[in-house]
Write a protein that binds this ligand. Structure first.
Ligand SMILES: Cc1cc2nc3c(=O)[nH]c(=O)nc-3n(C[C@H](O)[C@H](O)[C@H](O)COP(=O)(O)OP(=O)(O)OC[C@H]3O[C@@H](n4cnc5c(N)ncnc54)[C@H](O)[C@@H]3O)c2cc1C
Length: 340
């Protein structure tokens, strides 16, 4: 389809997703003087690191023996946006179509929020897709958000001196029971509907020790049934599922750590080769997908032997960004050193 490009801000590279891989791609493309746009569905950059574990420490990124998640994201944002990428937050990508603008083949990307962008190349760095936290089937539950119910721990200070209950049986629930020890009022209650936890053995042992010392109170197999209070949460009702007995506990904050449901959404309808509903197959020598000039990097990119780690995504982003620069200019792929 022919499109009038007059007055349109055509970018060399459009990056879908502003997590670590997207920010790294923005850096590499910008460093090569390509024009970049990032489209991100959340209202913040930083991907899973900022949304899920901003206050946890990361130990396996080269050059940082230990770094707090949000600190890492802040550095990535500073580095990634230094060349002036156009950032569109709160926009969820929708349709992708091939168009012709003054004889040049481009991609036209639209978003659910009305964004309409022309671009020479695309890098999909959408992680596991737009994600939402899993919830519980309790009537009126969402009305407690902002009044004592949380799906994320964005700032530990919010829980300072507060009586907290964490719901979940995986790593996040265990980790927050451990990581809030220096912040929340003790004991921190940990509720799980099964007796067995799914998390890392070392974390399970640690939490059991906290329980034995009185710093945590493990309640299994229990289920959260009701939240009670007025302006703010005051108590919860838990069911002991072994005998169906109900127990009311006075509390200030409930943190649901039940994992996430994520969807590739519209991206899955673009004619890419989707693997296991959440990833897109790429050629591991170029990171190009089944569509021309559309690349993928980070957790969303799949090839045999793939490992979903930040450090892996950063390397993939560098390859994809250099490919995009070459395609946008019609030249050979050639990396450039950053030292000066
Ligand atoms: C609890 C936890 C701990 C972890 N610990 C480590 C660790 O110690 N070390 C490590 O290396 N890795 C760790 N990881 C994994 C690491 O966070 C991921 O590998 C990394 O975040 C992937 O980066 P990404 O940029 O590919 O995707 P993401 O971080 O998922 O970012 C993708 C972004 O794309 C956006 N997006 C998705 N769909 C759309 C759409 N349709 N339109 C617009 N935007 C969209 C999302 O909102 C998101 O911001 C951990 C993960 C979790 C959950």
């Amino acid at each position: 389809m022919a499109v009038n490009g007059a007055g349109r801000d055509i970018r060399d590279v459009t990056i879908i997703g502003g997590g670590p891989a997207g920010l790294a791609a923005a850096y590499y493309a910008g460093h090569r003087e390509a024009t970049v746009r990032i489209v991100e569905s959340l209202e913040q950059l930083g991907g899973q690191v900022a949304a899920v574990y901003p206050e946890k420490h990361i130990f396996d990124i080269a050059g940082y023996p230990k770094i707090n998640g949000q600190d890492y994201v802040d550095r990535m944002v500073e580095q990634g946006l230094q060349f002036g990428a156009d950032v569109r937050l709160g926009e969820n990508v929708k349709d992708l179509e091939r168009v012709e603008v003054e004889g040049e083949e481009l991609w036209r990307l639209t978003t659910e929020q009305g964004g309409d962008y022309l671009t020479r190349t695309i890098i999909i760095t959408a992680g596991h897709g737009a994600f939402e936290p899993r919830t519980l089937p309790i009537e009126g539950l969402e009305e407690w958000v902002g009044r004592g119910l949380h799906y994320f721990v964005k700032r530990k200070a919010v829980f300072a001196g507060r009586r907290c209950l964490i719901v979940g049986g995986g790593d996040s629930a265990l980790d927050w029971t451990i990581n809030l020890q220096d912040t929340a009022a003790l004991p921190i209650h940990l509720v799980h509907r099964r007796d067995k936890f799914r998390g890392l053995e070392a974390s399970v042992s640690h939490v059991r020790q906290l329980h034995d010392s009185g710093a945590a109170r493990i309640m299994t197999p229990f289920e959260l049934r009701e939240l009670r209070g007025g302006h703010h949460l005051e108590s919860v009702v838990l069911e002991d599922t072994t005998d169906s007995s109900l127990h009311e506990i006075e509390l200030d904050e409930v943190i649901l750590q039940l994992g996430f449901v994520s969807r590739l959404g519209h991206i899955a309808d673009w004619g890419l080769e989707v693997v296991g509903k959440k990833q897109v197959r790429v050629d591991p020598t170029s990171f190009e997908t089944a569509l021309p000039n559309v690349f993928a990097a980070g957790d969303v990119a799949y090839y045999d032997g793939k490992i979903t780690l930040i450090t892996v995504g950063l390397g993939e982003a560098a390859i994809a960004a250099n490919q995009c620069v070459a395609r946008a200019r019609g030249v050979k792929v050639q990396p450039a050193y950053s030292t000066e």
